[in-house]
Ligand binder design. Structure first.
Ligand code: HEC
Ligand code: HEC
Length: 306
């Protein structure tokens, strides 16, 4: 509809222009050169013929055309805006996907010059993976767990303190990176390569592929941990809003593994101590409804091995 109107308008302008050109051409060169608007008006005798009716007719026809065309355009306008908005969104998602991907597709060899290669660490399907990491501060080389990003929105549904929502936190994480880990700084603001728009596009794309974390039947302890626990306890138990779990801290907190399992099943209660020296705030959820006994066993074994 919008395009049709524009086409009609362009057609009308073109036809008008053609008419003017033809008319000026067909006028004999020698005839008076006075422009039409400056020529003497028609005399009464002429005007009282059909001439006046014609002039009135045109006078009526033009506003009528406006009266119908403008409302038709106006009626269409909200839809046009929605369509344009949708188009912008789709383009943003496409760009986000391209930035996320490898610069050269590993399977097809197709080149993707826009690729920023998040996929290299986070997996082609945003399913997570591992990366060989040389810590610049300590000089220690290790294989680190890279979190899956297709569930990142769901995992941070309850955002860390100080953040409005998952989106704000995820955008900030990408923009800044995670100092001391393998996650590079990406935002221009902190000296990284991505503009605000590019960050928005990637975040929008990640949001569009967001799915609820789901533990596969064959998920290992570290996978379960990274899906459900790392949002608070940090990737690999590095710590965050929840305590870090390093250097055997959990075997000290829960010398008896059964207490450890019970705590994970039930979560913490405000003001209630747990383990050897834990003080509950109620911020640790209970997992009995989400994880099976076997999965809790696996994740507890994993935590005790850190
Ligand atoms: C060199 C490997 C590497 C690259 C490349 C990389 N990341 Fe990361 N990213 C990581 C690691 C490792 C972590 C986990 C850091 C930690 O221990 O908290 C991470 C964490 C994240 C997180 C937070 C996830 C969570 O569960 O807390 C987001 C979001 C993220 N990366 C997005 C991106 C995006 C978007 C790109 C591409 C623009 C990217 N990453 C490129 C290694 C990488
Ligand atoms: C929403 C944030 C959050 C998530 C998700 C979370 N925890 Fe916690 N966890 C906490 C907090 C906070 C504490 C500290 C106790 C408190 O404040 O009540 C804690 C404490 C613990 C402790 C005791 C640690 C110590 O040394 O004192 C264990 C064990 C634990 N969590 C296991 C898990 C496991 C296993 C998962 C995943 C299945 C998990 N947590 C997911 C927030 C979380």
């Amino acid at each position: 509809m919008g395009q049709l109107l524009i086409a009609l308008l362009v057609g009308a302008v073109a036809a008008g222009a053609a008419l003017v050109v033809l008319r000026t051409r067909s006028e004999p060169k020698t005839k008076n050169k006075v422009p039409p608007a400056l020529r003497p008006a028609d005399i009464d005798a002429v005007l009282e013929s059909t001439r006046l009716t014609k002039i009135h007719g045109w006078g009526l026809a033009r506003p009528l055309v406006c009266a119908f065309v403008m409302p038709a355009y106006w009626v269409q306008e909200p839809q046009n805006r929605l369509d344009t908005e949708k188009m912008f969104e789709e383009e943003s998602l496409e760009r986000g996907e391209r930035y996320y991907a490898m610069a050269t597709d590993q399977e097809t060899g197709e080149s993707n010059p826009a690729g920023k290669e998040c996929a290299r660490c986070h997996g082609v399907e945003a399913e997570g993976g591992t990366n060989d990491f040389l810590n610049p501060d300590t000089g220690v080389r290790s294989v680190v767990q890279v979190p899956e990003l297709k569930t990142v929105f769901a995992r941070y549904e309850e955002p860390p303190p100080g953040f409005e929502d998952a989106e704000e936190f995820i955008r900030e994480t990408i923009e800044r990176g995670r100092p001391g880990t393998d996650m590079p700084t990406w935002g221009n603001k902190y000296g990284g390569p991505l503009t605000e728009q590019e960050l928005d596009d990637i975040v929008a794309w990640l949001k569009s592929i967001n799915e609820e974390p789901e533990v596969g039947a064959d998920a290992t302890g570290d996978q379960i941990f990274n899906q459900f626990c790392s949002t608070c306890h940090g990737i690999g138990g590095a710590g965050g809003s929840g305590p870090a779990m390093k250097g055997g801290s959990e075997t000290r907190q829960f010398p008896n593994i059964e207490d450890h399992k019970t705590f994970v099943k039930e979560g913490s209660k405000p003001g209630q101590p747990y383990g050897t020296s834990g003080q509950g705030t109620g911020a640790m959820p209970g997992w009995a409804g989400t994880l099976t006994d076997e999965q809790i066993q696996l994740v507890v074994d994993y935590e005790r091995s850190l």
